[in-house]
Design a protein around this ligand. Structure first.
Ligand code: PMP
Length: 413
C-alpha cells in the first residue's frame, strides 16, 4: 500500500469528488449530509479497498499458511501499523482492534474493573457522556460495589472543573470522559483532566469517538491511559474500532473474551493467554473493515488533520452566526471550545418535526436525544436537532440548512 501525498491546499470541491454518495439526490434535491456525528460517508479509496479485498484476497487472518491468508493477515496488520503513528502510541501492540467505541469501553470497564475496582471505590464520568460511556461504568460499579460520580456542567455545556477537582480522591479508580461531546460539540480540557486524575493515581479513558476525525491526537503527549474510537466516524467502515491502552494496564488486566487468537495454549486444566494485542482479540475479527480502516487513515493523512480542523472550524463559525439569525432558534451547547456539532431547537417546535421537514429538502440531520438522555434531562428538553460537520461539507451545505430551518420555522411556528 503506497503512502498518499498530502494535499498542498485544502480543496473541498476536490475532496467531494472522492465521496461518490455526495452526488446523489434525496427527495429530488441534492443530498446535504450533516449527520456526520452518527457516521461519515466513505471515500472511493475505502470503497475500492473493500471490493478489492473480497475480489482478490478474502481469507481468514492469523491462521492460514496459504497465500490469501497471508495477504489478508499482512493487510490487517498494516492498519495497526498505521494507527500507531496516527495516535502516536509508544508500541503497536498497545493498539487493540475492536468492533467500535462501545465495545472498547465495555472491554475496559469489564477487564479493568475486575482487576482494579473494589467495594467503596469511585468512578468519575461527566454529565455529557454518551450512553456508551455511562452504562458500562454503571455495570462495573454494580458488579464491584463501587460508586459512579458525575461531573456537572454549566449552561454553556462546559465541565465544572472545580467540582471535578473536589471529586478526586484516593478512592477514584477511573475517570472516563468524552474528548468531544457528540450532542453539544464541547471540546473538553482533557490535558488538565488527565493531569488532575493522575495526581490521585487514577487512570483516564478518553472517548474520542467525536474527536479522532477532527483533531490530531497524541496519546503520549496527553499521557492518556485509554483512548477509544470507531472506524465508521472517521471515513472508514463500520464494525471496526480501536482501543489504545498503555501497555502496563493491558498487561495487568484479564482478557475480555475467550476463544481463537487470544490463547497461547489450551488444555482442559489451564489456558495461557496470547501476547498483546492478541490477548484482547478473541475470534475472527471484521477482517474487511480492519483492512480498510487503513485506507481511511491514509485519506485523513492525505488531507491533513490541521487543514480539516481549520475548514470545519470555519464552517462551524459560519453556521453558528447564520443559524442564530433564525427567529426562535436556541443553540444547545455554546462552549468556548467547540468542534463540528451544532445542536439546536426551534422554540415551540418538536425537533423530530424539524428533522422531517429538513429531510424533505434533502438535508440529513439527527434529531432526538443523541444517546445522551441524562444530558437532555439536564437541559429539560426531549432532544435537539443536530447538524454535524465533516471535511467534505461546504458553506452551500450550511446555507441549505439555514434556509431549511427558516422554512421549518415558518411551517411549524
Ligand atoms: N461515544 C460518543 C461520544 C459517540 O458519539 C458515539 C457514537 N454516537 C459512541 C460513543 C458510540 O460509538 P459506536 O456506536 O461506534 O460504538
Amino acid at each position: 500500500m503506497e503512502e498518499p501525498a498530502v494535499l498542498e491546499r485544502f480543496d473541498v470541491d476536490r475532496i467531494r469528488q472522492d465521496f461518490p454518495i455526495l452526488t446523489r439526490t434525496v427527495n429530488n434535491r441534492p443530498l446535504v449530509y450533516l449527520d456526520n456525528g452518527a457516521t461519515t460517508q466513505k471515500p472511493r479509496q475505502v470503497i475500492d479497498a473493500i471490493v478489492e479485498y473480497y475480489t482478490q484476497y478474502n481469507s481468514n487472518v492469523h491462521r492460514g499458511v496459504h497465500h490469501l491468508s497471508q495477504l489478508a493477515t499482512d493487510a490487517f496488520e498494516v492498519t495497526r501499523r498505521k494507527l500507531k503513528p496516527f495516535i502516536n502510541s509508544a508500541h503497536e501492540h498497545e493498539v487493540i482492534l475492536t468492533k467500535g467505541t462501545t465495545e472498547s469501553i465495555n472491554l475496559v470497564a469489564s477487564c479493568y474493573g475486575k482487576a482494579f475496582v473494589h467495594a467503596g471505590d469511585e468512578i468519575i464520568i461527566s454529565a455529557m457522556e454518551h450512553h456508551s460511556n455511562i452504562v458500562p461504568w454503571q455495570l462495573c460499579c454494580e458488579e464491584r460495589g463501587a460508586t459512579l460520580k458525575v461531573i456537572p456542567i454549566n449552561e454553556a455545556g462546559e465541565l465544572d472543573m472545580e467540582a471535578y477537582r473536589s471529586m478526586l480522591n484516593e478512592r477514584t479508580k477511573m475517570v472516563a470522559i468524552t474528548y468531544v461531546s457528540n450532542a453539544l460539540g464541547t471540546v473538553n480540557p482533557v490535558k488538565d483532566i488527565i493531569g488532575l486524575a493522575h495526581a490521585v493515581g487514577a487512570p483516564v479513558l478518553l472517548d474520542a469517538a467525536q474527536a479522532i476525525q477532527h483533531l490530531s491526537i497524541d496519546v503520549q503527549a496527553l499521557d492518556v491511559d485509554f483512548l477509544v474510537f470507531s472506524g465508521h466516524k472517521m471515513y472508514g467502515p463500520t464494525g471496526i474500532g480501536v482501543l489504545y491502552g498503555k501497555e502496563k494496564w493491558l498487561d495487568a488486566m484479564p482478557p475480555y473474551q475467550g476463544g481463537g487468537e487470544m490463547i497461547k495454549e489450551v488444555t482442559f486444566e489451564k489456558t495461557t493467554y496470547n501476547e498483546l494485542p492478541f490477548k484482547y482479540e478473541a475470534g475472527t475479527p471484521n477482517i474487511e473493515a480492519g483492512i480498510c480502516l487503513a485506507y481511511a487513515i491514509d485519506y485523513i493523512n492525505s488531507v491533513g488533520l490541521d487543514q480539516i480542523a481549520r475548514h470545519e472550524h470555519d464552517l462551524l463559525e459560519y453556521a453558528t452566526g447564520h443559524l442564530l439569525e433564525v427567529p426562535h432558534i436556541r443553540l444547545i451547547g455554546t462552549a468556548r471550545e467547540k468542534s463540528s456539532v451544532l445542536s439546536f431547537l426551534l422554540d415551540g417546535a418538536h425537533p423530530y418535526d424539524v428533522g422531517v421537514i429538513l429531510d424533505k429538502l434533502g438535508i440529513a440531520v439527527r434529531t432526538g436525544h443523541h444517546c445522551t438522555q441524562p444530558l437532555m434531562d439536564h437541559y429539560g428538553i426531549p432532544g435537539t436537532v443536530r447538524a454535524s460537520i465533516a471535511m467534505y461539507n461546504t458553506k452551500a451545505d450550511i446555507d441549505a440548512l439555514v434556509t431549511g430551518v427558516e422554512r421549518a420555522a415558518a411551517m411549524l411556528l
